[in-house]
Write a protein that binds this ligand. Structure first.
Ligand SMILES: Nc1ncnc2c1ncn2[C@@H]1O[C@H](COP(=O)(O)OP(=O)(O)OP(=O)(O)O)[C@@H](O)[C@H]1O
Length: 699
C-alpha cells in the first residue's frame, strides 16, 4: 500500500515508470532517488542537465573498495593538499588508468557485438551497419537535389514556359523519396539492433547478479543499502548506450562529417576547407575541455543521489522504527538535506550545460556565417549559383547534426564508461570463500562434526573464537549454550562456510570442510536461523524454498510436522497467503515454524536450530520440539541446538557451554549440574525466573 501510494506520488510528480521498468535489477532505490526522475527517454534524447549519470560513488565496506578504487584514489587526493605538480602527475596517472579501464570495457563489450558463437547477432549487427551506411549516403544526397531544384527553378518561367513539375518534378520527387528512405533506413536500423543491445544487457546483468549471489556474506553485510543497486542500475543503462554508440555514433558520425567536409572542399575549394577544419578543431577542443570541467558537478550530483537513495530506502525499510519514535520529521529532514545537495549540483550542471551549448553554438554559427558570406560572394562574382549557396547552407546544417551529436555522445559515452566500470569492477570483487582446486563432494558416513583449535574473528583485532576445540558426536542431539555474544551463531556460520577459520580446522566425518565442495557441504547442513529470512511471496513458496521440487502434498506434510498447517488453514488465503516483505505480515512464531517446515522439506543429514523456537509459546514450543525429536530419532540425524532457554535443551546428549570464545564446560545436564559451574549458574537464574513467572501466572 505504502509502495503503491509512493509510486503514485512519483507519477504525479511527472515520472513515467520507465525508470523502474528499465531493468529487473533496477531497485526500489531508483524510485526514491532524484536521478530516477530523469531516464524517461532514451539516453540519446535526454538532456544532460537531467541525466545525472555521473561517476560511480563508493559503496561502503572494505570488500567494496575494489569496486570503487578509482573514486577512492580521487577522494584521498582531495583530502590532503598536494603540490600542483604532484596533483598534475597524479591526475595524469589517473587519466591513463581511466583510459585503460575504458578500453578494457570497450573490448569486453565488443564481444557482445560480434559474438563468436552467435551468427544471428552478427547478422543483425551487419544488417544494422548496412542500413546505417545506406542512411548516411542517402542523407548526403539531399543537398544535391536541393541545389538542383533551386538552380533549375532559377529561370524566367514566363519566357521559357513550363510548370514546376516539368522543370523540377523528378528532382522534387527524388528529394522527398531520399529523405523518406534515409529516415526509414535509420528507424529500421534501430529496430534491428534493439535485440543485440537488450541481449547484452541481459547477459551482463545476469552475470553480475550471479556473481553478487556468490560473493561472501561479509561483502553483503557491509554494503550500503541503495548504493549497490544504484551502481548496477546505472551500469546496465550504460551498456545499451555504449553498444549503440560503438556501432552507430562515433565512427559513422565521423564518416558523415568527413563526407560533408570532403564535398565542401571538393566542390568549393580551399577557403571552405579551411573554415570547415578550423571549426571541427575548435568545436571538438571546446567540447572536450568543457566536458572535463563539468564532470565534477556530475560527481557531486551522483554522490547526493546515492545519499538520498540510501536515506530513503533505510527509512522505508525501518518504517516501523520511524513510527515507534515519531521521527518522520527527522527522516524527511535527512532526505531533504541530501536532496538539497542534489539540487545545488543539478543547478551547476544545468548552468554549465548552458555554457557548453552556447559555446558550441557560437563556434558553429560563426563558421556558418563565414561560409554563407563566402558562398554569397561567389554568387555575386558569378562563380557560384544560388543553388550552390543553398547547398552550402544545407551541407553546413547537415554538419551541425552529427557535430551536436558527437558533443552529447562524448559526454554520455564518458559517463556510461564510468558507470560501467563500477559494474565490471563489481564482477571483479573476489570471493574469498570458494571451492579449492581439488575440492571433492562431502562424503557423509555418520555425521560427526569436530572443531579443532579454531580461532576466528570478524575483525583481526577482535577474536571471537579462541583455540576452540569440541566434538559433536554423530547422530546425537547437542546443545551450544552460553552468554549472549560469546560466538554461538558464529560456530554455525563457520561450519556453513560463510567465513573461513583463521586458525585450526573444522571436520565433518574426518574431512576438512575447506577440502570439500561448497555445494555438497551446504546441501548436507540444514539451518533454522535466528532471524528467519522469508521472501515476499506466498506461504507455499516460502516452505517450498527448502526443496523446489516438492509437490503440494509434500509441502502440506512438512507444514503439519512443523505444527503450522492448522494455523495456515485459518488464513483466508491458506497456503497462498502473502507473507509480506521479510515476512512482516505474519507473526514471529509463524515465521519460525515456516522455517522449520522448510528444513523438513530439505531433509539434510546435519541440522542446526539457532534459537529456532524462541518466539513460540511454551505449549507450541513443546509440541514442535517433541516432533523435531521424533524426526531426529527416526532418522538418526546429528543436530545442534543453540538456545538461551535451557529448558528446551536440557535433554540433549551433550551440552557445550561457551564462554568468551572457548568451551567452559560440557556434558549432559546432570553432569553439568553436578559441576556447579557456569551452566548451573545459568540454569538457576532461569529457574528462579520461571518459578516467579509461574507463580505470577497462577495468581
Ligand atoms: N558480521 C559481523 N561483523 C563483526 N562482528 C560480528 C559480526 N557478526 C557477529 N559479530 C560479533 O561477534 C560476536 C559473536 O556473535 P554471535 O552472533 O556468534 O553471538 P551469539 O553467541 O550467537 O549471540 P546471541 O546469543 O546474542 O545470539 C558478537 O559480539 C557480535 O557482535
Amino acid at each position: 500500500m505504502l509502495m503503491h501510494s509512493l509510486s503514485r506520488a512519483v507519477h504525479r510528480r511527472g515520472l513515467t515508470s520507465l525508470s523502474l521498468r528499465a531493468h529487473p535489477l533496477v531497485s526500489l532505490t531508483s524510485l526514491y532517488s532524484p536521478a530516477a526522475r530523469v531516464f524517461t527517454t532514451s539516453p540519446l534524447h535526454r538532456k544532460d542537465a537531467h541525466g545525472q549519470r555521473s561517476r560511480p560513488q563508493p559503496l561502503s565496506g572494505s570488500s567494496t573498495a575494489a569496486v570503487t578504487n578509482t573514486t577512492t584514489t580521487t577522494t584521498t587526493t582531495a583530502a590532503k593538499p598536494a603540490p600542483p605538480d604532484a596533483l598534475l602527475a597524479e591526475q595524469l596517472v589517473t587519466n591513463k588508468e581511466q583510459r585503460k579501464a575504458d578500453w578494457a570495457i570497450m573490448k569486453e563489450m565488443s564481444q557482445y557485438l560480434w559474438p563468436k558463437d552467435n551468427l544471428g547477432t552478427r547478422a543483425r549487427v551487419g544488417l544494422s551497419v548496412g542500413l546505417l551506411v545506406g542512411a548516411k549516403l542517402l542523407n548526403v544526397q539531399v543537398p544535391f537535389y536541393f541545389k538542383n531544384i533551386v538552380d533549375s527553378m532559377n529561370i524566367d518561367f514566363l519566357a521559357v514556359g513550363g510548370t514546376a513539375w516539368t522543370v523540377a518534378g523528378s528532382m522534387i520527387v527524388a528529394y522527398g523519396l531520399t529523405r523518406i528512405s534515409a529516415t526509414l533506413f535509420q528507424e529500421l536500423r534501430n529496430a534491428v539492433f534493439a535485440s543485440v543491445a537488450q541481449k547484452a544487457i541481459r547477459k551482463v546483468a545476469c552475470g553480475v547478479y550471479e556473481h553478487l549471489l556468490k560473493l561472501d556474506l561479509g561483502f553483503h553485510l557491509s554494503r550500503q543499502t541503495g548504493g549497490l543497486t544504484r551502481a548496477i542500475d546505472r551500469g546496465t543503462k550504460g551498456i545499451s548506450f555504449l553498444l549503440t554508440s560503438m556501432v552507430f555514433h562515433v565512427l559513422p558520425t565521423a564518416l558523415e562529417i568527413s563526407l560533408v567536409c570532403g564535398i565542401l572542399t571538393y566542390q568549393y575549394g580551399a577557403k571552405f576547407a579551411l573554415i570547415t577544419s578550423t571549426t571541427m578543431v575548435a568545436y571538438t577542443a571546446f567540447t572536450i575541455l568543457t566536458t572535463s570541467w563539468r564532470t565534477k558537478f556530475r560527481k557531486q550530483a551522483n554522490a547526493a543521489d546515492n545519499r538520498a537513495a540510501t536515506v530513503a530506502v533505510d527509512s522505508l525499510i525501518n518504517y516501523e522504527a520511524v513510527k515507534y519514535f515519531n521521527n518522520e520529521k527527522y527522516e524527511v529532514a535527512r532526505y531533504d538535506k541530501a536532496l538539497q545537495s542534489y539540487e545545488k549540483a543539478s543547478i551547476k550542471i544545468a548552468t554549465s550545460l548552458a555554457f557548453l551549448n552556447s559555446g558550441q553554438n557560437i563556434i558553429f554559427s560563426s563558421a556558418l556565417t563565414a561560409m554563407m558570406y563566402l558562398a554569397a560572394n561567389g554568387v555575386a562574382t558569378g562563380q557560384l549559383t544560388v543553388g550552390d549557396l543553398v547547398m552550402v547552407n544545407q551541407l553546413v546544417f547537415q554538419l551541425s547534426v552529427p557535430l551536436n551529436f558527437l558533443g552529447s555522445v562524448y559526454r554520455e559515452l564518458r559517463q556510461s564508461l564510468l558507470d560501467m566500470e563500477t559494474l565490471f569492477n563489481l564482477q571483479k570483487v573476489n570471493v574469498t570463500v570458494k571451492d579449492n582446486k581439488n575440492a571433492k563432494p562431502l562424503s557423509l558416513s555418520t555425521g560427526e562434526i569436530r572443531f579443532e583449535n579454531v580461532t576466528f574473528g570478524y575483525r583481526p583485532d577482535r577474536p571471537i573464537l579462541k583455540n576452540l576445540t569440541f566434538t559433536i558426536p554423530a547422530g546425537k542431539k547437542v546443545a551450544i549454550v552460553g552468554p549472549s555474544g560469546c560466538g554461538k551463531s558464529t560456530i554455525l556460520r563457520l561450519l556453513f562456510r560463510f567465513y573461513d577459520v583463521q586458525e585450526g580446522r573444522i571436520l565433518i566425518d574426518g574431512q576438512d570442510i575447506r577440502d570439500v565442495s561448497l555445494e555438497s557441504l551446504r546441501k548436507a547442513i540444514g539451518v533454522v536461523p535466528q532471524d528467519t529470512p522469508l521472501f515476499n511471496n506466498t506461504i507455499e513458496h516460502n516452505i517450498k524454498y527448502g526443496n523446489m521440487e516438492a509437490s503440494p502434498e509434500e509441502v502440506i506434510e512438512a507444514a503439519k510436522r512443523a505444527h503450522i498447517h492448522d494455523t495456515i488453514g485459518q488464513f483466508p488465503d491458506g497456503y497462498q497467503t502473502m507473507v509480506g516483505e521479510r515476512g512482516m505480515m505474519i507473526s514471529g512464531g509463524e515465521k519460525q515454524r515456516l522455517a522449520v517446515s522448510r528444513l523438513i522439506l530439505k531433509d539434510p543429514p546435519l541440522l542446526f536450530f539457532d534459537e529456532a523456537t524462541s518466539a513460540l509459546d511454551t505449549h507450541t514450543e513443546q509440541a514442535l520440539l517433541s516432533h523435531i525429536n521424533s524426526i531426529l530419532k527416526e532418522k538418526r540425524r546429528t543436530s545442534v541446538f543453540i538456545a538461551h532457554r535451557l529448558r528446551t535443551i536440557y535433554d540433549c546428549d551433550v551440552i557445550i557451554v561457551l564462554r568468551e570464545g572457548n568451551v567452559a564446560e560440557s556434558g549432559t545436564h546432570e553432569v553439568l549440574m553436578n559441576q556447579a559451574g557456569l551452566y548451573t549458574e545459568l540454569w538457576s537464574a532461569q529457574e528462579t525466573l520461571f518459578t516467579e513467572e509461574d507463580v505470577k501466572s497462577e495468581a
